[in-house]
Design a protein. Structure first.
Length: 577
């Protein structure tokens, strides 16, 4: 793997030097047919310098914030109350401050170009002047947002981990910039389509869009035909529309491979077309383009190495993959994996289920019942009569990190659902290997699979016989979880009829040191009745949750209800892309 120090220096040198050199070269020899320097030489210099300074200061703050006292840093990074977690209000206070900074940056660009366009006229300002000013201002707002969009902040990018940005926060930044870019582009297109073309001869948007070589009235400040710009702007708009349609969550989550391919195909088309639309996009895209190039180089470098792995099926139906290689990774992080036996495919993310000090990696995968899913194809690699099989894998990562430091916590509790158990197992393994740190570790796992308690990594933890570890597995009553440990089915039905949801652990079933319950997992009850009584009011409690959004929301709500009784630090690890 490429070391973080190499990545750091490579990123700094390439991003800063090449961005500056490209700008100087372009200023000396304007290559663009609609060169922005011909009408805004001083403005583009000031604004581009301001843009680079903005990126540099943001990156510097991301590196400095982890050095702040832990409580201050967590206050900046914690998620808002669940009552506010809607749309643009999702994310931490730091994310919202970053959003306001971006809005301020694009507003400054709009004001600069608005004043520039209006200041050149010595006559009384007309409607045409105002609409041209709105056109230029909105266009350059889009330039800035496109530049920020290109900065690689995806789940499998090196940059979030390098800058200590949580993965979900990085994705929300990308989505917000993308949403703003789409809105500004629509506004920009509306101004061209309905207003500015009325002052051309002929006053037709389609005429100037689909007739590149026509001779006609030239726009003020431009030295070539308006049709050239309109055509490439139209192409960029169509490409952006296609990307936007396939980015809606209902499509992205169900057809992620298609969403990814659309980004790969139409993203470059949009950027190239937009670059021919106006030269200022060249400058703003340079830092992101260089960082993206570095990201792909690192990714290809990591994927070049083949590693041996062993796949086997657990009793509960999960797949376990052991990769016999040591890599450096953070606690509760994940890797991207490709499996050679499945042929060419997009890499998939899986959380590492063991401690970082071991010489191998453990991944837990829950196969899908849908034959079209990658995990279903992976399960077919291992026939039912086969106990294990050797496979060849390529990995990239690791990515992500835990928001709280386990060594500073008095107690850690994990509320997880399904395959979200992987991160909880890694955290528990990390804590139990150390004499210092939390005095207790709770794992509350909602698992519908029969024999879930026999998960091999879970049993390895139990075999330590460490009194600090407490595990409770919950399942839906209709699945008769642990029914092999109860005398008969009628007893389960009787328990189901008599159960009281408010008494979550009323019917505990002891299974090889692991508590099981037929009830649904209710995080608020568990936190109030089991976790909080174990600590004092001044204690530090770390909460890890991974699973469906409904589960994580209920865990967060439980933490909000309990904040007066202890200092609680929550980490949400999302399943969703």
């Amino acid at each position: 793997m490429v070391s973080s120090k190499v990545i750091h220096w490579l990123t700094a040198i390439v991003s800063i030097l090449l961005s500056g050199l490209f700008y100087l070269f372009s200023r000396m020899k304007c290559l663009h047919p609609h060169c922005v320097e011909t009408y805004a030489k001083d403005s583009i210099t000031i604004l581009y310098t301001f843009y680079l300074i903005f990126i540099f200061i943001t990156a510097l703050l991301c590196k400095l914030i982890p050095q702040l006292p832990f409580k201050i840093r967590y206050w900046l990074e914690k998620d808002p109350p669940t009552s506010l977690c809607l749309g643009w209000f999702q994310g931490s206070l730091l994310e919202l401050l970053t959003l306001f900074a971006v809005l301020g940056l694009i507003t400054v660009n709009f004001i600069f170009y608005w004043n520039l366009m209006l200041s050149v006229s010595n006559d009384l300002l007309t409607e045409k002047d105002y609409w041209n000013a709105a056109l230029m201002g909105s266009g350059h707002m889009g330039d800035v947002l496109l530049g920020l969009l290109l900065i690689p902040l995806g789940r499998h990018s090196f940059l979030p981990s390098l800058l200590n940005i949580h993965i979900d926060s990085a994705l929300r930044f990308h989505k917000r910039c993308g949403t703003l870019f789409c809105l500004i582009s629509i506004l920009h297109g509306f101004v061209i389509w309905t207003k500015v073309t009325r002052f051309l001869n002929p006053p037709s948007y389609f005429y100037w869009t689909f007739n590149i070589g026509v001779q006609g009235q030239k726009w003020i400040f431009y030295v070539s035909n308006a049709g050239f710009m309109a055509t490439f702007g139209f192409i960029a708009g169509i490409a952006l529309s296609i990307i936007l349609i396939f980015s809606f969550s209902i499509i992205r989550r169900r057809l992620y491979n298609l969403f990814y391919i659309i980004h790969i195909l139409f993203g470059p088309l949009m950027i190239i077309s937009a670059s021919f639309h106006t030269s200022s996009i060249w400058y703003y895209c340079m830092p992101g383009a260089f960082l993206l190039s570095i990201d792909w180089i690192i990714r290809l470098y990591n994927y070049r190495k083949q590693r041996k792995g062993l796949i086997r099926r657990e009793e509960c139906g999960y797949l376990r993959i052991d990769i016999f290689d040591k890599i450096d990774f953070n606690l509760a992080s994940f890797i991207m994996i490709k499996i050679e036996e499945l042929g060419y495919q997009i890499s998939h993310p899986f959380t590492i289920a063991n401690d970082a000090n071991e010489d191998y990696l453990v991944l837990l995968i829950k196969p899908s019942l849908l034959t079209s899913k990658w995990t279903n194809q992976l399960a077919k690699l291992l026939p039912s009569e086969c106990l294990s099989k050797e496979i060849t894998v390529r990995i990239d990562g690791s990515f992500g990190f835990l928001k709280f430091q386990t060594s500073k916590m008095n107690l850690v509790a994990c509320f997880v659902g399904g395959i979200g158990i992987s991160g909880a197992l890694a955290i528990a393994s990390h804590i139990l290997k150390r004499d210092s740190g939390p005095s207790l570790v709770f794992i509350f796992w909602a698992a519908r699979e029969a024999n879930a308690e026999k998960l091999s990594v879970l049993q390895q933890l139990m075999n330590r016989q460490d009194s600090r570890l407490h595990i409770c597995v919950f399942g839906h009553a209709a699945n008769f979880l642990f029914n092999h440990k109860i005398r008969n089915k009628d007893e389960i039905l009787t328990m189901e009829e008599e159960r009281n949801i408010s008494e979550t652990l009323r019917y505990d079933i002891q299974t090889n040191g692991i508590k099981g319950s037929l009830e649904r997992m209710i995080p608020d009850d568990l936190l109030q009745q089991i976790v909080l009584p174990c600590v004092t009011t001044s204690a530090e409690i770390g909460i890890y949750t991974c699973g469906p959004k409904s589960l994580m929301d209920s865990v967060q709500k439980a933490c909000e209800n309990a904040r007066k009784r202890a200092n609680i630090y929550l980490h949400r690890e999302s399943f969703e892309w």
